[in-house]
Design a protein around this ligand. Sequence first.
Ligand code: PLP
Length: 624
Amino acid sequence: VQLYGPSAWGAGYFSINDQGNACINVTVNEKPITVAITDIVEGMKSRGLDMPCVLRIENLLDERIRLINDSFADAMQRVDYRGFYRGVFPIKVNQQYHVIEEIASFGKRYKHGLEAGSKAELLIALSQLNDFDSLIICNGYKDEEFIELGLYAIAMGYNCFFVIESSEELETILAQSNKLGVDPLIGIRVRLATTVDGHWSGDSGDGSIFGVSTAGILRAVEILKAADKLDCLQLLHCHLGSQIPNIRNVRIGIQETCQYYAGLIAEGAPMGYLDIGGGLAVDYDGSQSNTSHSMNYGISEYCTNVIETVIETLDPLGIEHPHIVSESGRSTVAYSSMLLFNILSVRSKQAYHLPAAIDDEWPEALVNLFEAHQQLSLHNVQETFNDAIYYRDEVRQLFQRGQASLRERAMAEEMTLAILNQIRLLMPKLSRIPQALEDIPKTIASIYYGNFSLFQSLPDVWAIDQVFPIMPIHRLDEFPSTEAIIADLTCDCDGRIDRFILNNEYHETIPLHALRQDEEYYLGVFLVGAYQETLGDLHNLFGDTNVVSVHINGEDSFEFRREFEGDSIADVLSYVEYTPAIMLEQLRKICENAVQKGKITPKIRKSILGAFRQSLQGYTYFER
Ligand code: PLP
């Protein structure tokens, strides 16, 4: 079943095999290797790693690092570019230890560095990078402590740049540098006039809260000149916005940045590095378009456009080619993680209890509804729909006033459901679908209850209507029989997914398979490696999920390199300031009181405390 479209959104990393299983495709020792995700899930089960689980494939992370470095190298080589490329991974995009560890380790061959936006992230960069040729780029607001750490990094030999957001920050850097006797490496983040399409257009443009204005840049230059430190200004930084869907935006933005670069050279700064920030997009919906979940270019085109624009702008001015730095986060990590979860139950919207004949006692509205159901045909679809809703609502009003019974209301609702389901089947045969009927597929979609929290694992679906590709990881050789939406475990009506990408088209429902007795049904949400893991929150106290990092070594051969057990209930309780030991003590007293009052026996007391203790150690998600 190809309707889930992995060939469109999977960038070649995902496919479906002849047994109907979703697979991961990687290259090992220059050989293409395919591994079924279900095989990895079997391995997880035997190791006691329950659903939900984030599955990371280290090879995919490595392939993305290789791809961006090779693509820039190719683009540079084609035009005899005289600078080099240095990638830095923005830690905020996925701060998890195993991800950063792999980026630092695999990226070492490309001198791939890290970008830190806070003190905590700088500590990560300092402890993980062990190649002095890799860059550390410090963005964001920096206090004395942050600056001190960065200066120590420079003293050790790191190329650690402070990218300034304001001239005040520059004063602090200079003061700390004097104190420690270490010259800083300074970059300036420019606030471009160029804006980009898509969700993150506010990252640049006049209204942006980031970057230094043109006048502010000149002020910074004056401050540096006065301190005799203009030679420290070696980097210009811009960030147009994340997920730039349109390559034209990139060209125009880089052109503007290059003019600032040339202007700073004219002011006497040595410069040397041009940091083009993040923004390299991910084609989440596979449409290869300039819409916000997609991109109308590939990585190679992106790199070529950047390099060509730099050359076209700076060569005529006789300026040396700057080294190019990019801070691609999303494009580097999105593909490497997927969220896997099992379906716990399904609420079907089929009608099961329909009366065979009219009863004389029924209210008239119910009789009319029965007749509408009997008479439904291709020629009166809209009329029957209108009647059904009208008479159902009338029965509900009668019920409200005590003039229809519980059973009569149930019959009205069941008959309406039956009518909607039949209309749904007739809809493909209609020459035009009336607007009133458009919502029917969603209204009668089954609800698949998944063992996960949207707020913890897919926060962008809730926060910014992000669409991630979703498909079952097995049974893909069977046609899915049910149109569905997906609900999570939280008690929140926002904890649902009702927007799906299926073969390049957006749908409000997803076709899924019927559940089978005693058999798990697993879904995968793909391309979730960027931003989701740390932005997630503790809604209903569903904590971090289990995480496994798998490395594929060859055909049918993979190893579980890293495992991270998700939060226990005791963990999440402590995040919200409970102390599990004190809670246990309190319960002990309550139980003893119940024993004293003769409500429970001491033996039951022991069982209650045992169950409580065991729950504290348990997973926050549904356990079978
Ligand atoms: N650099 C900066 C300064 C950012 O603010 C961001 C994110 O918005 C990034 C890099 C990463 O961007 P992306 O994940 O789109 O590559």
